[in-house]
Design a protein around this ligand. Structure first.
Ligand SMILES: Nc1ncnc2c1ncn2[C@@H]1O[C@H](COP(=O)(O)OP(=O)(O)OP(=O)(O)O)[C@@H](O)[C@H]1O
Ligand SMILES: CC(C)(CO)[C@@H](O)C(=O)[O-]
Ligand code: BAL
Length: 332
């Protein structure tokens, strides 16, 4: 990894990085495409990180599909931005500049598949009290939203991403909006740790890729039975319902109550079909502090708000979110 990175630097090539846990889908591919557009090299890592899973969570069963992942990654190619922009209109004869050899299409340059021992030289435990070695905590930002149900999750994510960033030293890194709290927290971590690889403003958040019915793509969707899949869009529908109430300036609680009521209706229907739905949370939080927004906040205030939630569909925990307002004004 270090030799590959040193060569890219010596050649003056930029490196974009997409960290993943594998079981790749079109959401991951949208991050890869964005990186291919913006960097000379794109590197993707696949590492199922034990420390972000609590002992009762699904580390053992997490989908691992390496052969398919590698096949998918090697099939992606994108015209280089230069080649795409210099194509002459077809009615004109090519100029001498146009006749210069076109740049080859860009594809993923490298795939980083570290072992658990490489990533955790001091050993690894999913039990925080038994962990030894160096860990990274983003204090004050790891207990809200996802962190309330998964109190050790962001410590594991921040730790592994620090290590991955140190290994790859990317110029830019790409994360998905589906895991919005994770991406914002990592941006803050880069700022707090004065990282230049990537600099916080070069940690990019890519919109959530969705199935045709609106379900956010996720590796864990593979756990869903066909009957469960029929109810998996409930969370997205609930968030949309809350959004419409929010836009009528009825306030946080009215909006969230609407979402909860929609989930309750779906829960009753699902249970008649033998499918269990259980709402973990729906919340509205400030994108900078992650605090719950005050009840009196309205869309007219002009500050963006994170509307997010998690829903158990059978034994599968699905998450989703919407940014209400102008996401470009989110600073951290
Ligand atoms: N639907 C999606 N759209 C855009 N980015 C996504 C999507 N799903 C995942 N990502 C992003 O891909 C990166 C790697 O995520 P990961 O490998 O955990 O996949 P995942 O589908 O989120 O898995 P999980 O089921 O564990 O949530 C993260 O930055 C994540 O936010
Ligand atoms: C960022 C990440 C790769 C860290 O393990 C993981 O949390 C993920 O895939 O979202
Ligand atoms: N995409 C988030 C990884 C996790 O849930 O563990």
């Amino acid at each position: 990894m270090r030799a590959w990175r040193a060569l890219a630097r010596a050649q003056g090539k930029t490196v974009g990085f997409v960290p993943t846990m594998g079981a790749l889908h079109d959401g991951h591919i949208s991050l890869v495409r964005r990186s291919l557009q913006e960097n000379d090299h794109t590197i993707l890592s696949i590492f199922v990180n034990p420390t972000q899973f609590a002992p009762h969570e699904d580390l053992a069963s997490y989908p691992r599909t390496l052969a398919g992942d590698l096949k998918l990654l090697t099939s992606i190619s994108l015209p280089t931005p230069d080649a795409a922009h210099t194509e002459p209109p077809s009615s004109l004869p090519p100029s001498s500049a146009d006749r210069a050899a076109p740049s080859p299409p860009r594809s993923v340059s490298a795939i980083f598949l570290p072992s658990v021992n490489t990533m955790y030289p001091s050993g690894v435990s999913q039990v925080q009290a038994q962990q030894r070695g160096t860990f990274v905590e983003v204090a004050g930002f790891s207990h809200q939203m996802e962190g309330r149900t998964r109190p050790t999750f962001f410590r594991g994510v921040a730790t592994v991403c620090t290590k991955l960033f140190n290994a790859v030293e990317p110029d830019r890194a790409y994360f998905g909006q589906k895991d919005l709290q994770q991406a914002l927290l990592l941006r803050r971590m880069c700022r707090d740790l004065l990282l230049s690889h990537p600099a916080p403003e070069r940690l990019h958040i890519v919109p959530t890729a969705r199935a045709a019915d609106g379900l956010a793509l996720s590796s864990r969707n593979a756990y869903l039975s066909p009957a469960e899949r029929g109810y998996a869009t409930t969370l997205q529908q609930a968030l949309r319902a809350a959004q419409s109430v929010w836009l009528s300036s009825l306030g946080r609680e009215a909006s969230l109550s609407h979402a909860r009521a929609l989930v309750e209706d779906a829960r009753v229907r699902a249970s008649e079909a033998g499918v269990t739905l259980k709402l973990d949370y729906v919340e509205m939080n400030d994108p900078e502090s992650f605090d719950v927004v005050p009840e009196e906040t309205t869309p007219g205030d002009g500050r963006p708000v994170i509307l997010s939630g998690a829903l158990w569909v059978g034994r599968t925990r699905l998450i989703d979110n919407l940014i209400l307002g102008d996401e470009r004004s989110i600073v951290c």
